[in-house]
Design a protein around this ligand. Structure first.
Ligand SMILES: [Zn+2]
Length: 275
């Protein structure tokens, strides 16, 4: 009886210790959760709903990794990338098969509104990219720039071969009919304004926006669109972030994506104010 009683007592003691430990663990967990989860004010609610959008976009990006490929001065097009090229525009140009239909729809919708949009450049091979670089460089030299200045000006707009989005067949340079200049004056054209206001519907983003040159590594190009699919295009445009930011959010640890998104959106807001 005595032994049994001690055993029972010990058992009781052990279970009390376990319960206490569980409570302590629970309190620690609650403490950390409260620390991680931001206070429930309006902007955080918005942020959290955005995070669920990101989660959906993450799932989608796994399915559509080809259309969300990041190509910039630091990220070359991988050797095994399949641009899946098809011809368009009287077989004079080529683009990735996935953008032909949205591109055609956008151009014809623009036409219906009275704007003629001309796709002047789509897919480019490494050789063509080098040719454009050489041409631009020579033009600057002819205008009297030093070799150093000519090189800098050329690479402000053109990526080196292998590093241009145009190699993916997902990028388009589109000029308005009334202005053939590939410069900032495009943004003054009504057709360009319509295009930039509506391109997300067709899955395109303005890839090199004004004020974000440090992130994109490229000067403002109101004529250069990049296909990323409609949900991603709408997310990037409505949050006023760059494609580089978006890829960073996608690749971040899930628990950190809210924090990162907040940081990026606040950064973008500051950039917009300072513009
Ligand atoms: Zn371009």
């Amino acid at each position: 009886m005595g032994k049994r009683f001690t055993k029972k007592k010990r058992k009781k003691k052990t279970s009390i210790i376990i319960i206490v430990l569980e409570i302590v663990l629970l309190l620690v967990a609650i403490f950390f959760l409260l620390k991680i989860v931001p206070k429930n004010n309006d902007s955080d609610v918005v942020l959290f709903s955005k995070c669920s959008i990101i989660e959906n976009l993450m799932a989608e990006s796994e399915l559509n990794s080809d259309q969300l490929i990041l190509v910039n001065k630091e990220h070359a097009v991988p050797d095994n990338y399949d641009a899946d090229l098809v011809s368009f525009g009287n077989n004079k140009q080529k683009a990735n098969s996935m953008i032909i239909s949205p591109m055609n729809t956008m151009v014809s919708d623009a036409k219906a509104k009275g704007y003629v949009l001309n796709v002047v450049s789509a897919y480019r091979s490494n050789e063509l990219q080098q040719k454009l670089i050489d041409q631009d460089y020579q033009e600057y030299i002819d205008k009297g720039y030093s070799k150093e200045e000519a090189l800098k000006n050329t690479y402000d707009y053109l990526m080196p071969p292998g590093y241009s989005e145009h190699h993916t067949g997902l990028a388009l340079d589109i000029l308005c009919d009334e202005n053939e200049e590939m410069d900032a004056t495009q943004a003054n054209e009504a057709g360009n304004k319509w295009m930039l206001q509506n391109c997300t519907k067709y899955g395109f983003i303005l890839r090199y926006p004004k004020g974000f040159e440090d992130i994109t590594g490229c000067k403002y190009e109101p004529w250069h669109l990049r296909y990323v699919g409609t949900p991603v295009a709408e997310f990037i445009t409505s949050n006023n972030i760059t494609f580089e930011d978006f890829v960073e959010i996608l690749q971040a640890d899930k628990s950190q994506s809210a924090v990162l998104l907040a940081k990026i959106i606040r950064g973008a807001a500051i950039t917009a104010i300072n513009k």
